[in-house]
Design a protein around this ligand. Structure first.
Ligand code: PLP
Length: 396
């Protein structure tokens, strides 16, 4: 008997860099104090009022099977939020509640790709994208966004990659780059989707974390609501990573397919988690603003800490909970730099290479430690980069 090859095919090859995370964890277990800037997760647990809503719901008996697509109240609240944020009308019939943004991505690809269809994605990218596309039988087709262009995709290269594809996947505010797509990029993306008759999957899980300009969704652009699936989540916005609650916002026909898949995949999300999510959406505005404000403040700390430092360059950090630091002046790869940083300074960061070739020679820094630790870590990163760059210059 042979096990399925489908799951093994998900692995693909590709992303590296988890060695740094594993080594950091091992050092922590041995008692070494590490400043851990690897994983995109708040340092504090889910805010207490959200947990209280969850507790009250569970104790009130909401522990049975739930509506597979999500409760009507939650779908309506998500639609209301999405309409406000994407600028295009939405109703509960457009929403399916999923186990986090990750399951929303899988459901969205399941509903839009057939086996062998190409889905275009932009490098650097969130690590699960290629595997999620492959899990549906789709074929990831990767096109670069260069650091020199602030990690905005080159529209001509993007259009060339989209020829014959079925889906285009974009993510703004972006993990890992911290970039936000410009109006020109978003208009270009929409134009490409219309011209090549593509589904657009727009991952907007960081929609509340746009620092210098309001978030704009490509769903609001002409002709796009009927071809766009927006991916949403309460993981980052409300500190609910462990609750696994997210959604797809899609045309009704696609939502119906997604609900069919959900029926067979999860049979719905726990009712008490949904009620906690409903509370978060209805009453949790201050919580969301507070969490986002923390990352905004830390973005500013990062900019101040690295300003004027010679061997490091910060890509314009415009949103999400990350900054991307260019260490190519040291001559080291992101991975080699990250390894030395861990050994010598006890700071753990993700090598840029983990997110695709376009982020080679960079470090992704999650802004997920206390302000003082972040400032210390960035100073040590800049110090190490300057030492390495000086050694390189001396060696000629
Ligand atoms: N999309 C992006 C860009 C992410 O960074 C993440 C998580 O880090 C997700 C989707 C999945 O988020 P979750 O499944 O926790 O909602």
């Amino acid at each position: 008997m042979q096990p399925s090859s489908r799951i093994r095919a998900i692995l693909g090859g590709g992303a590296s860099g988890w060695e740094v995370v594993h080594r950091a964890r091992k050092m922590q277990r041995q008692g070494v104090r590490i400043i851990d800037l690897t994983v995109g997760q708040h340092e504090d647990p889910t805010p207490a009022p959200i947990l209280e809503a969850m507790h009250a719901s569970a104790m009130g008996g909401n522990t049975r099977y739930s509506d597979v697509a999500g409760s009507s109240e939650l779908r309506a609240a998500i639609a209301e939020r999405a309409a406000a944020r994407t600028g295009a009308p939405a109703g509960p019939e457009n929403v399916v509640v999923t186990a986090g943004g990750q399951a929303a991505l899988l459901h969205a690809f399941m509903a839009t790709l057939d086996a062998g269809d190409a889905a275009v994605m932009i490098d650097p990218y969130y690590v699960t994208y290629p595997g999620t596309i492959r899990a549906t039988g789709g074929v990831p087709r990767i096109t670069p966004a260069r650091a020199e262009a602030g990690f905005q995709p080159d529209l001509d290269a993007l259009e060339a990659a989209c020829a014959g594809a079925r889906v285009l996947l974009v993510n703004s505010p972006n993990n890992p780059a911290g970039a936000i797509y410009s109006d020109e990029t978003l208009d270009g993306v929409a134009e490409i989707c219309r011209r090549h008759d593509l589904w657009l999957i727009s991952d907007e899980v960081y929609d509340g974390m746009a620092w210098d300009q309001p978030h704009r969704s490509p769903r609001a652009l002409p002709g796009m609501a009927e071809r766009t699936v927006v991916i949403g989540s309460l993981s980052k916005s409300h500190g609910m990573t462990g609750s696994r609650i997210g959604w797809t916002l899609a045309p009704e026909e696609i939502s119906a397919l997604i609900a069919t898949y959900a029926l067979n995949a999860t049979y719905g999300i726990p009712g008490f988690i949904q009620d906690a999510g409903l509370w978060a959406l209805r009453e949790g505005e201050a919580i969301e603003a507070d969490l986002a404000g923390t990352f905004h403040r830390r973005r500013d700390i990062a900019m101040r800490a690295l300003a004027g430092r010679q061997a490091v360059r910060l890509s314009p950090p415009q949103g999400a909970m990350y900054v991307m630091v260019d260490v190519r002046a040291t001559g080291l790869s992101g991975r080699d730099f990250a390894e030395r940083l861990l050994e010598e300074a006890h700071i753990a960061v993700m090598p840029g290479e983990s997110f695709g070739a376009s982020a080679a020679g960079h470090l992704r820094i999650a802004l997920t430690v206390a302000d003082a630790d972040l400032a210390t870590a960035l100073t040590r990163i800049a110090d190490l980069a300057e030492t390495l760059a000086a050694e390189r210059a001396a060696a000629g």
